[in-house]
Design a binder for this molecule. Structure first.
Ligand code: ATP
Ligand code: MG
Length: 487
């Protein structure tokens, strides 16, 4: 009996592909189980077929040969989790890359998990501020939400994600940046920015670059998610960025095609929707009952907010992966190449961007003021395209166009120049109370720059809080005085 059991847990390599092997035997293998090879290489069971088992390899596979033996470990693949990981750069297996000695972490967790169910969740109602004016005002994001950042190459996707991480400084939010299939130079760029803005004391980086194997790129987001869930289940707030899921889908397609799975639309396998849905469903805001089940008695609820990034080709959001991820997430921030090239940065297309749940998490006063601005901007874009066909416009239309242009300029923002919520409110009041009408178009950007410099110099955050009843009056006075002084 014992002998038979042993036989079933052994197998031998039949075929070796690029990072994937086909194994005969292993009758006892389970989906997701870790498999050890004779030369200590490790792999994960990827698919169980009638006559063979496919395994994706996590280590170098140069030494593997046909006919070599492998055996079941009866363990699901696990990675280390814990506070020790903060500030570290990890690979997809959870091994630390930026310190010489191995981290000794006892606590481990599996990378594939079922997302919390309906009864375990609570609705999103706390804001997660990005520090980006147009997002915090018009596309508000809540803790526990999944917001997609979508756009062509080089349109500022990573910059938005990075700015959001930078904005979480001293806000008790742990951030995780998962790099999937990016160039090493892009990753170095991100790490140096995070270092420069002192974000590494609350950030974890999980890196699977283009030079890593497809298998490593495939598991990297799940690794990051498990680490994020660990913090969420302790009642903490966590933000995770998947940069980017297009390359994740490519890695998955590569593995599937090597294994001769039938290709479907755009040559992706049939289950590519499930690839992303099971990942993004794990982002959530869990309630106290869920935490109590895990023996965490905390006043706060745990949240895991996810920002998946998707790269499009020529703004085409109707191709396979973008449509899938748009339908899974709670909204999207759409970045437009034309806007980016015409100097309107961040190049957020307000008409095509939405946040389906964040509205309930927004500060009431910001919500009240930003509703009108969204409509004004949408009307401006429409008028602008019509006005190109006619030469003489009536004064009212001209004014509307000019105001729209000014609002667009007021919403421009340089990278890594985050705005606090009071600074944002100040900008919204400049628009709402028609202060901006008195300023010529070519001076509006300078005006904005100087008034922000001024409020930062008087440390406005220390003078008043956003919840103060008099805040509108107080800020109006500041703008008024500033304008009298500067005109
Ligand atoms: P990729 O497709 O290569 O990943 P991306 O969409 O992530 O690119 P970024 O790397 O974030 O784009 O930005 C591209 C360039 O645009 C960078 O040089 C960045 O400095 C610049 N940029 C991004 N946002 C802004 C902004 N708000 N103002 C000015 N420049 C910006
Ligand atoms: Mg990028």
């Amino acid at each position: 009996m014992n002998n038979k059991k042993n036989m079933n847990s052994y197998g031998f390599i039949n075929k070796i592909y690029d990072g994937v092997v086909e194994v005969f035997g292993l009758k006892e293998a389970k989906y997701g189980e870790m498999i050890n090879f004779e030369n200590y290489e490790k792999g994960i069971v990827f698919s169980l077929n009638k006559n063979n088992v496919n395994i994706v390899l996590l280590d170098d596979f140069q030494n593997l040969k046909q006919g070599q033996r492998c055996f079941c470990t009866n363990k699901v693949f696990e990675i280390p989790v814990g506070f020790e990981l903060i500030g570290k750069i990890l690979n997809s297996k959870g091994e630390c890359l930026n310190i010489k000695n191995k981290l000794k972490i006892k606590k481990k967790d599996v990378i594939e998990k079922i997302a919390p169910g309906v009864m375990d969740r609570e609705s999103v109602n706390e804001p997660l501020l990005t520090g980006i004016k147009s997002i915090d005002s018009m596309i508000p994001i809540g803790k526990g939400q999944r917001e997609l950042i979508i756009g062509d190459r080089q349109t500022g996707k990573t910059t938005i994600a990075l700015d959001t991480i930078i904005n979480q400084k001293n806000k008790n939010v742990i951030c995780i940046y998962v790099c999937i299939g990016q160039k090493i130079s892009s990753l170095i760029n991100v790490i140096s920015k995070l270092k420069k803005y002192n974000c590494l004391d609350y950030t974890i980086i999980v890196a699977a670059t283009a030079s890593n194997s497809a298998a490593e790129q495939y598991i990297a987001p799940y690794t990051g998610c498990t680490i994020g869930e660990y913090f969420r289940d302790l009642g903490k707030d966590c933000l995770i960025i998947y940069d980017d899921l297009t390359k994740h889908a490519w890695a998955y397609r590569q593995i599937s095609l090597l294994l001769k799975r039938p290709p479907g639309r755009e040559a992706y396998p049939g289950d590519v929707f499930y690839l992303h849905s099971r990942l993004l469903e794990r982002a959530s805001k869990v309630n106290k009952f869920f935490l109590e089940k895990k023996k965490v008695f905390n006043k706060n609820n745990g949240t895991l907010t996810a920002f998946p990034i998707i790269e499009t080709l020529e703004g085409d959001v109707t191709s396979f992966i973008p449509t899938n991820v748009i339908s899974i997430t709670d909204g999207q921030i759409f970045l437009d190449t034309n806007l980016f090239n015409s100097g309107i940065r961040p190049a957020i297309n307000v008409g095509l961007s939405v946040s389906r749940v964040g509205g309930s998490a927004q500060y009431k006063i910001i919500k009240k003021l930003s509703g009108d601005i969204r409509i004004m901007l949408a009307q401006y874009r429409e008028l602008e395209s019509f006005s190109k066909f006619s030469s003489d416009l009536d004064i009212e239309t001209k004014n509307q166009l000019q105001n729209g242009e000014k609002i667009t300029f007021l919403m421009k923002q340089k990278p890594h120049n985050n705005y606090s919520i009071i600074e944002l409110l100040l900008i919204l009041l400049i628009i709402k109370n028609d202060f901006f009408i008195k300023i010529p178009v070519n001076q509006i950007e300078y005006f904005e720059e100087y008034i922000i410099k001024y409020v930062r110099s008087i440390k406005i955050e220390e003078l008043i809080s956003i919840n103060d009843e008099n805040i509108e009056f107080f800020l109006n006075e500041i703008i008024n005085n500033f304008m009298i002084g500067s005109l």
